[in-house]
Design a protein around this ligand. Sequence first.
Ligand code: HPA
Length: 271
Amino acid sequence: MDEMKRIEGAAKKVREALGTAEIGIILGSGLGDYADALEKADRLPYGEIPGFPVSTVAGHAGKLLCGMLHGKRVMMMQGRFHYYEGYSMKDVTLPVRVMQSVGVKTLIVTNACGGINLSFAPGDLMVISDVFSLTGQNPLIGQNLDAFGPRFPDMSCAFDRELRGLAHAVAKKQGFELREGVYAQMTGPCYETPAEIRMLRTLGADAVGMSTVPEVIVARHGGMRVLGISCITNMAAGILDQPLSHAEVTETANRAKGRFQALIDGVVKGI
Ligand code: HPA
């Protein structure tokens, strides 16, 4: 289907069911409950949105919610689409286009990731300063959607400096040290090999995950202000003498979720 028609069809349904919003939040692994913070929330399962893919990962509930938070209209994605699930980059980023279409100007992207920087520890939270991707993919490949942004968008400051400063100020007030670093995206679904982690460290990555970069590219193409916050759920492969598991990732994400939610909440309040 024509990409613009697909976006417009999904956005029409979302506008009718949920209205408009100014802030969008993509809730990563373990953060899904934060949707409960929305007041007077309306919910729309992805399955009811025309053109939307359906999330397949356990722990990703798969709905869009919209309500009030600290006096602002906020739309949240409970569950995101991953490239490793077999979705195209257009599928993965469709929700960001839909949010742009219903008025969202600021996007907060969250995720769980592995720590590459040896000074990090599981449970740490990290503001994303920059990203790179080794997926070999880009969601903007294909005809440019001029209605959203230019053919060659600037990515020299993908993460808004003011929002990053706000996140640090909130963390300081809440009494914990917020890390900052570069997030590298791999396709997954297998975790990386120790050799890949050494390569990523050499390339300048502080953390590694399987999401986020396409959503940020599309958000920036459409001119959104973007903040990225990662939860370091484990040390990346080969750093500790132990295997990686999804159970460890979800367990740490659950342990860190109180602090993670408080940080996001403080940021939304301060916007
Ligand atoms: N690698 C990739 N993705 C991840 C990791 C990891 O170590 N932890 C959580 N998501």
